[in-house]
Design a protein around this ligand. Structure first.
Ligand SMILES: Nc1ncnc2c1ncn2[C@@H]1O[C@H](COP(=O)(O)OP(=O)(O)OP(=O)(O)O)[C@@H](O)[C@H]1O
Length: 652
């Protein structure tokens, strides 16, 4: 029984009773002997009671919090205490099953039992109960080992309590890093990696001072030499440590983030241990399991079944790194600034036939410059021109506006739309010519009762066949300008300015632009009108409008339409036409396809982290089918969304 108990694999993070301690992992087989402090290794009923009490308390706290139900369930199911409880249940169930088998055996009529079953059922039952009672007595009397040598009588008062920990090496790393004290030169355990071998042993902690490794004193050694000694050991490895006296209380909390930047520990000279780091790319979801260290957090990349976490830079450290990198780059105006000026100048370069746009008033020019974006067919050429002429952004110098510099990790939660809630906005984007409009059109055609576009605003007069508020919201320039102003300056219900309040009743724009002297734009209100009618609103946006749609009220699901390889583009677009002017479509030329590919690279380099889904538009029919599936999933299945959408005022 004792051996069986010693071999059990239980979670070391849950204390089972005051003196109790989870048994170590079998794969580590820790033998714990202490020269002056006795470490008890047992499983006590009090411990189980404690777990159950914790469970009830945690559930009670979860209920009292006003948070998303799915989030609570997800947190509960992932909680370490539940995992521990399941392990306990698993083992208890194993015992019960054994007992049940004996009892069943007893129920079977003697005649029907196989001949080879020689033992009488009553005898088997007796043995089982006897073993059970004996195990109970053993545990109750605390008659378990290893039996430690008696404490020496004459122990000096200043004798330090030490702990000897013996781990059996397997092919897993130890899961701990060490460091040398700058002044004393002593070697300490710097950090224990969550879920690693050392962590699961429960016997090595950050702050423990290492005295010996495999019998060798580490006094005067460098951390590298200590690691060398450890690496040379075969079979088992033994540490003699002075345990840290006051272990920091480690509060385990669930935190999920979306990475807004790429990170590779192998290219980071400042990481304490590159092998302990994990790499991640923009858009990856990370589960932060430890934020104790202000500089280096521990995390898992999802989806993952790895129990061992890895090191990642903390939010503040990553911000600092991004800033340093940014300063080291050659100056490039940031896209959020570039997007304005080149647009105006390129539209001039483009020599679009027809009257030139009338000069904007200084008022509208200022605000148009701040968020100029193309809209529909009229400005597709501007988009194409813009992406083909601007530099690849890389790390551009715009510290105040660049979101990746300010928020390297975006806190996220799993969100499941309630059937009675408004649908999530579907925002499609991609390089010009890739097929965003084609896909949007086809999606709406599949079910016009469910899918609908937003009605745009324009300052141009209606054409004969156009119906106001169905084809366009035809507005005056004055109202359009006030909506642009509202975009930049006033909150939705600023009471101070009656004039603006009256003029801006149409709300703010997601994006807007000018073509041939007329303004065009998509307002948030137009999108909300569709959503509040119970339909799914499908719009196409410029990449720089992503931030405007990623809000609590619209909860946009952003789908990036990516071109296939150049080879496949040539093949699939043989009969397709590209829009060159308002009136002219012509077949794609190779140059168009190359421009599309280059534009795609630029968009991906800057905005990949915001894409909820990426669809490669190769075969049109296939892409349409994929799009439909993805859109349905976006509404019906849980998705990672920024925490601020669900719990405002959340910041890392
Ligand atoms: N997968 C595809 N295979 C073949 N042709 C396609 C495919 N996707 C789109 N097309 C065609 O490519 C052309 C350009 O598509 P579309 O107008 O939708 O581009 P876009 O992304 O909206 O770009 P822009 O805004 O510049 O027009 C259209 O003629 C469309 O029918």
């Amino acid at each position: 029984m004792r051996q069986a108990a010693e071999a059990q694999l239980l979670n070391p993070h849950c204390d089972l009773g005051e003196e109790g301690q989870w048994l170590p992992d079998t794969s580590a087989e820790i033998c714990c002997q202490n020269y002056s402090v006795c470490v008890c290794v047992c499983v006590r009923p009090a411990g189980l009671r404690q777990i159950l009490t914790d469970v009830i308390e945690e559930v009670r706290q979860s209920i009292s919090l006003d948070i998303d139900g799915g989030d609570v369930v997800h947190s509960l199911l992932n909680a370490s205490w539940l995992q521990s409880l399941l392990k306990v249940c698993h083992r208890l169930w194993g015992c019960c099953l054994l007992l049940l088998l004996f009892l069943l055996n007893l129920q079977v009529p003697l005649g029907s039992r196989p001949q080879k079953c020689k033992l009488e059922p009553s005898f088997l039952l007796h043995c089982a109960f006897a073993a059970l009672l004996s195990a109970h007595d053993t545990v109750a009397q605390r008659d378990y080992g290893p039996v430690l040598p008696p404490m020496p009588d004459e122990l000096p008062d200043d004798e330090e309590a030490t702990r000897t920990v013996c781990l059996v090496k397997n092919n897993q790393p130890l899961g701990a890093t060490i460091k040398r004290h700058e002044i004393t030169g002593e070697i300490f355990i710097a950090r224990v990696i969550h879920g690693g071998l050392a962590d699961r042993s429960g016997l090595l902690h950050a702050g423990d001072r290492i005295i010996e490794v495999n019998g060798f004193s580490v006094g005067g050694m460098d951390p590298e030499q200590v690691i060398h000694v450890q690496a040379r050991s075969q079979g088992t490895i033994m540490f003699k440590v002075v345990p840290i006296t006051e272990r920091p209380v480690h509060q385990e909390m669930m935190l999920y983030v979306r990475a807004m930047v790429n990170y590779n520990p192998q290219q980071d000279p400042t990481i304490p241990c590159a092998d302990a780091g994990i790499s991640f790319s923009k858009g990856d979801i990370l589960e932060i399991v430890d934020q104790t260290d202000a500089l280096w957090w521990q995390a898992r990349k999802l989806p993952s079944d790895a129990c061992c976490a890895g090191l990642i830079p903390s939010s503040s450290l990553l911000k600092r790194k991004q800033r340093e990198l940014w300063w080291s780059q050659p100056y490039l105006p940031h896209a959020c600034m570039q997007i304005c000026k080149p647009r105006l100048s390129t539209s001039a370069q483009m020599s679009i036939t027809g009257p030139r746009p009338r000069p904007l008033s200084s008022f509208s020019l200022t605000f148009l410059n701040s968020l100029l974006a193309g809209f529909r067919r009229s400005l597709r050429l501007c988009r194409r021109r813009f992406y083909s002429t601007t530099q690849l952004p890389g790390h551009t110098r715009c510290p105040s506006n660049c979101s990746t510099l300010n928020v390297p990790y975006e806190e996220v939660v799993r969100y499941q739309r309630h059937p009675h809630d408004a649908h999530r906005l579907i925002a499609l984007l991609g390089p010009s010519g890739v097929g965003v409009n084609e896909l949007r059109k086809r999606l709406i055609e599949t079910n016009p009762r469910l899918f609908q576009g937003a009605v745009p605003h324009t300052t141009r007069p209606p054409k004969g066949y156009e119906e106001p508020d169905r084809d366009y919201h035809f507005t005056s320039r004055e109202i359009f300008d006030s909506m642009i102003y509202k975009n930049s300056h006033i909150s939705a219900d600023s009471p101070s300015d009656d004039w603006l309040k009256k003029k801006s009743m149409f709300g703010r724009f997601l994006e807007y632009g000018e073509y041939k002297g007329n303004l065009y734009g998509t307002s948030i209100e137009s999108v909300k009108d569709v959503l509040s009618s119970g339909k799914i609103c499908v719009i196409d946006i410029e990449p720089n409008a992503i931030q405007a749609v990623r809000t609590h009220e619209l909860k946009a699901y952003v789908i990036y339409v990516k071109p296939p390889t150049l080879e496949r583009l040539r093949e699939s677009r043989k009969t397709a036409h590209i829009t060159t002017t308002y009136y002219v479509n012509r077949p794609f030329q190779d140059e168009d396809l190359q421009e599309m590919e280059a534009a795609a690279q630029k968009i991906e380099a800057q905005y990949w982290q915001f894409f909820d889904h990426v669809i490669v538009n190769d075969e049109l029919q296939d892409t349409c089918a994929q799009l439909l599936t993805v859109v349905n999933k976006s509404q019906d299945e849980p998705q990672w969304v920024p925490t601020s959408w669900i719990r405002p005022n959340t910041q890392l």
